[in-house]
Design a protein around this ligand. Structure first.
Ligand code: FAD
Length: 286
């Protein structure tokens, strides 16, 4: 199918983009186009006006200041995967980005676009839930920063208000000695996650000092597996602790039941992959 006709603008600054978004009814942001263009071709989305962010240089950056890393919304998956800053200070996010789709998708798709699209099988949310990331949202004359959990409301639903733009993603740099890992069971054709688990652990004196676990693909929205994290905190860093904690990976979640996996199988994979991701993260913790 061919997309419904639309107007197109290609601003060079965020302020210009915000003005266009506020000024025209049924406007939509275009980032990498990897989700929006197929939706428009299928006529699941029919914006009257596209505001292309591609020429806005100020949205392309990955920068660290002390313990905080800021990632501009238009950073591509490939830029996140290969960023020296992230590989050194937040390797979990770089690892996740490198597992998204294929080369073409990673070269065009952006972190801002992926989060704003809010596909329940997208990879980034697992890591961002584990990292307790925040996102900065801007609109004309206003801005606010919200947690990733607040931002990702439900499948294909975010906290973005009309006229608002996701400007940047904010993650903490790793504390010394923590290890992290991302594992996913993927849909064979696209690479999207049937279940994706991001784990980050710190060990001190043979005990688990910090544990953070995020899951995607299991339910209609990503989540931080707090029962797993609570079962690990302060416990001996060994296989039996991890195995027992991982059993809680799908607690309180209503697993999706679709053509890729039945609900009970999804919950089972969530538990198994959580155990394996935690073991891999522990193996990398120094
Ligand atoms: P677009 O398609 O341009 O936009 C998506 C939506 O977000 C639109 O509604 C748009 O208006 C809005 N938007 C974009 N940027 C902003 C912003 N800064 N502020 C506010 N709203 C914004 N994803 C995975 O996670 N894992 C995979 O394995 C995977 N495999 C894929 C395989 C294929 C073949 C394809 C086509 C896609 C795959 N994806 C996968 C999705 C991919 O990651 C897309 O990049 C992502 O979903 C959308 O990002 P985009 O930059 O292309 O956004």
């Amino acid at each position: 199918m061919i997309a419904q006709s639309f107007d197109y603008s290609s601003p060079e600054s965020v302020s210009e983009a915000l003005k266009l978004l506020a000024g025209k009814e049924n406007s939509r942001v275009l980032a990498g186009g990897q989700s929006l263009i197929p939706m428009m071709k299928l006529r699941l989305s029919a914006p009257a006006h596209l505001v292309d962010l591609g020429r806005i240089a100020e949205l392309h950056y990955i920068a660290q200041t002390d313990g905080t890393i800021r990632i501009g919304a238009m950073s591509t998956h490939n830029q996140v995967a290969t960023s020296e800053t992230l590989r050194k200070s937040c390797p979990l996010l770089a690892e996740v980005a490198g597992r998204i789709g294929d080369v073409q998708v990673r070269n065009l798709g952006t972190i801002g676009g992926s989060l704003s699209h809010a596909d329940p099988a997208a990879d980034y949310p697992a890591a961002l839930q584990a990292l307790r990331a925040q996102v900065r949202l801007v609109s004309q004359g206003k801005e606010r920063t919200v947690s990733i959990d607040e931002f990702l409301v439900d499948a294909f639903t975010t906290a973005l208000a009309p006229g608002e733009l996701l400007y940047e993603v904010i993650v903490p740099a790793d504390a010394a000695g923590v290890g992290s890992a991302y594992l996913k069971l993927q849909q064979p054709a696209s690479g999207f996650s049937v279940v994706g688990v991001a784990a980050q652990v710190g060990v001190s004196g043979g005990k688990i000092s910090t544990a953070r676990v995020g899951l995607t693909g299991v339910g209609s929205r990503s989540y931080a597996a707090k029962p797993v994290e609570a079962a690990l905190a302060g416990q001996p860093a060994n296989a039996s602790t991890v195995a027992a904690a991982a059993q809680k990976a799908a607690d309180g979640v209503d697993p999706l039941n679709d053509l890729y996996a039945q609900a009970d199988y999804r919950a089972h994979v969530a538990r198994v992959y959580t155990r394996r991701a935690l073991e891999a993260a522990l193996g990398r913790a120094k």
